[in-house]
Design a protein around this ligand. Structure first.
Ligand SMILES: [Zn+2]
Length: 431
């Protein structure tokens, strides 16, 4: 991947333009001047502009990920804001939201400012999510108003569930006052009971402690009831079970709750059988589930119960991941492989249209987080991705730009690859 400063004038020539906001798909050019959209349509000239040939390629809004972990401050050996930004560019992402479980956690206005200042010059927009509770300890609500003022876009203790229902209720009440979503990592810690993989036939066979699907669905149901009670915005992260899908669908059908939900590429792609290899890169929270759950997630994407894709990109060192399955940390990296994995499962294997898949990666997450959605408008910052949507490729070490390597997608054949990612005055040529 080559990252360079944009030429003063660039024309993305002859691509198929997909505008997720208007759902239009047509052949055309995009003229970018001084980092901004100047014109979209049939462009002649201008003299001296850099031409990027987009024949046979899709040009659309840069992807937006509402859920990544970049480990800065505290664990820069796993990822920094800079290396995370590179991983994002390689995956076609121009905008990401970083979770606050750093060391120290992002639980104060100062820490929110730190992330924004540190990432100001990076070629990807990085938005901090503030912690729900001070120190992510699950007791005292953090200064939400002050963090919002500094630029926090949502609140979450992700990685750690808000176990205390009263604290969750208060968090929802405060977040409603500032109009921002609460994102709770929904896994009941008591029911999870130190499980390291999905509880079922496979966990029994492998002799690994199981984490049952109800650990997720019980807490999702609690959260939805509390959100209804408080009339607050709630976004359910990394939905992994058919039972949680059932609750979300029911609340979407029966209430007017401001409820949204995301699914990860790995929960759409893998099932617990794959853990027979004891590959610790498949150890993740919530765990990789059964085929029945995976099919329910695909169905939930199809009928709109699930709103968007989020990678939950979670870097860990090789040393940590080389531990035995019981001891290895939870999490995997997912930015670079996201589009190829999601497009393969939802498009090639499940028949969803490319328009729908791209909307899950662009418009929907931007809407949830309150970001600009009219990215082809004249004067808007050029924040685009150019994709070879049908290209089959094998995901390898050379495709990774994260500081970490913990991914189960190595060696997998994926469908669709970003070619260029354009944002903040830069062009990343992915190759
Ligand atoms: Zn989580």
């Amino acid at each position: 991947m080559k990252i360079r400063t944009q030429a003063k004038q660039i024309v993305l020539k002859g691509g198929t333009l997909f505008d997720p906001l208007r759902q239009t798909l047509e052949t055309g050019d995009v003229f970018i001047q001084d980092g901004k959209i100047k014109a979209v349509g049939k462009i002649a000239g201008p003299e001296g502009a850099e031409i990027i040939d987009c024949t046979g390629l899709i040009v659309t809004h840069g992807f937006c990920d509402p859920h990544v972990h970049f480990r800065e401050p505290g664990r820069e050996d796993k990822e920094t804001l800079k290396t995370g930004a590179n991983a994002a560019l390689a995956g076609g992402f121009t905008r990401v939201c970083v979770m606050p479980n750093t060391d120290p956690p992002l639980d104060s206005p100062e820490s929110i400012r730190f992330v924004l200042e540190k990432s100001a010059e990076l070629p990807v927009h990085i938005h901090p999510i503030g912690a729900i509770t001070k120190g992510q300890l699950g007791r005292e609500i953090s200064e939400m108003g002050a963090m919002q003022f500094e630029g926090a876009v949502a609140f979450s203790d992700d990685g750690i569930p808000v176990a205390n229902g009263q604290v969750m209720r208060l968090a929802l009440e405060y977040s409603r006052m500032v109009g921002m979503p609460i994102i709770n990592h929904a896994e009941d810690p008591m029911i999870r009971n130190e499980g390291v993989m999905n509880e079922g036939i496979v966990s029994t066979r492998l002799g690994l402690p199981g984490n049952p699907d109800v650990a997720e669905s019980v807490m999702v149901h609690r959260d939805l009831e509390l959100a209804q009670l408080t009339n607050a915005k709630i976004h359910v992260p990394h939905v992994s079970t058919a039972k949680a899908v059932h609750h979300i669908r029911q609340f979407k059908n029966d209430t007017s709750l401001a409820l949204t939900a995301e699914v990860t590429p790995h929960h759409l792609y893998f099932i617990d059988e794959a853990l027979s290899s004891f590959n610790t890169n498949l150890k993740v929270a919530p765990p990789i589930r059964s085929e029945k759950d995976r099919l329910a997630l695909i169905e939930a994407v199809k009928d709109g119960t699930i709103d968007c894709i989020a990678t939950d990109h979670a870097p860990h060192t090789i040393e940590e991941k080389e531990a035995t399955f019981d001891l290895a940390p939870f999490g995997l990296i997912g930015l670079e492989s996201c589009f190829g994995a999601v497009n393969k499962i939802l498009g090639q294997q499940s028949g969803l249209s490319l328009k729908t898949i791209l909307t899950l990666l662009t418009l929907r997450p931007r809407k949830i987080m309150g970001f600009e959605t009219d990215l082809f408008a004249e004067g808007c910052e050029a924040e685009l991705v150019v994709l070879a949507a049908d290209e089959e490729w094998v995901f390898g070490e050379n495709d990774i730009f994260s500081r970490s390597r913990n991914t189960p997608f190595l060696g997998e054949t994926l469908v669709g690859k970003p070619r260029y990612t354009i944002a903040k005055g830069s062009v990343a040529e992915i190759g």
